[in-house]
Design a protein around this ligand. Structure first.
Ligand code: MG
Ligand code: MG
Length: 260
């Protein structure tokens, strides 16, 4: 247990996975047009995954256990009021939708995980702002992660910016350490809580984190829909989700899922 630091060669292997994730999300973005179904978008990621020889992290997650229905697709696609963990299917994308796509892969034993929200056609001004602010929240984290800093300092910057822009930060789902497993220690919340202060993390070179702010236009309250997976806002207001896998370096961090 505990946080496993990665060597630079391990981080480079995670970058290989990160490139596949980036390419899959790029292909999904191209496919994400009015009239296509979320299953058709998911199929684009399946194609990239097959070409890569990697293993999708989400399909059949988690390992079988009584009463748990494994996730059935390689991407999570969450439209409008859906926050995360949307199941690709027959839902048809419409002009004005915002579509969050999350994808993760393991290549030669090492994982990458990233998400983006795609604006389809003529998106309402307030919804565009939601996406813009959430993407900026992720960028604030990338700009401020550095060795010696505590994660709560970064989380506070993320939360303060989002709330000053009139957005709410989802509390029920957080980022995570990542490496040979998709979910490793530590938890990486996008907000400050007494729990975070108690279990605060000092950032160190070799830490690899999946940072993934989720913001909403209404309240931060969410619930799980009747399919057992899709997380939706309780008030039906839209949500946005952006995620990168980053590695803490000697003087900041590098993004492993930006396609470089
Ligand atoms: Mg993800
Ligand atoms: Mg993640």
């Amino acid at each position: 247990m505990g946080i496993r630091l990665k060597t630079s060669s391990e981080t480079e292997r995670m970058r290989v996975a990160g490139r596949v994730v980036h390419e899959a999300l790029r292909r999904c973005r191209e496919a994400c047009k009015p009239g296509v179904t979320t299953a058709e978008i998911d199929a684009e990621a399946e194609t990239v995954l097959a070409e890569s020889g990697g293993l999708g992290l989400f399909k059949n997650y988690p390992a079988p256990s009584p009463g748990v229905k494994p996730f059935p697709a390689v991407t999570c696609i969450s439209v409008n009021e859906e926050v995360v963990h949307g199941i690709p299917g027959s839902r048809v994308i419409k002009d004005g939708d915002i579509v969050s796509i999350d994808f993760g892969v393991r290549i030669d034993g090492w994982c990458g995980d990233s998400a983006t929200t795609i604006l389809v056609g003529d998106v309402a001004r307030k919804w565009r702002k939601l996406c813009d602010v959430t993407e900026q929240v992720l960028q604030i984290a990338v700009n401020n992660v550095a060795p010696g800093r505590r994660w709560s300092q970064v989380a506070r910057q993320m939360q303060t910016f989002a709330e000053a822009e009139g957005m709410s930060v989802v509390r029920d789902f957080v980022g995570h350490g990542i490496g040979q497993q998709m979910h490793e220690e530590p938890k990486v919340p996008n907000f400050v809580s007494p729990d975070l202060i108690r279990h605060d993390i000092e950032l160190k070179p070799g830490m690899v984190l999946a940072i993934e702010p989720m913001c909403t236009l209404g309240s931060e309250q969410v619930r799980v829909a009747s399919d057992g997976w899709t997380v939706v806002t309780k008030d039906g207001k839209p949500a946005a989700h952006y995620e990168h896998t980053i590695a803490v370096t000697e003087d900041g961090c590098e993004v492993l899922t930006d396609g470089n």
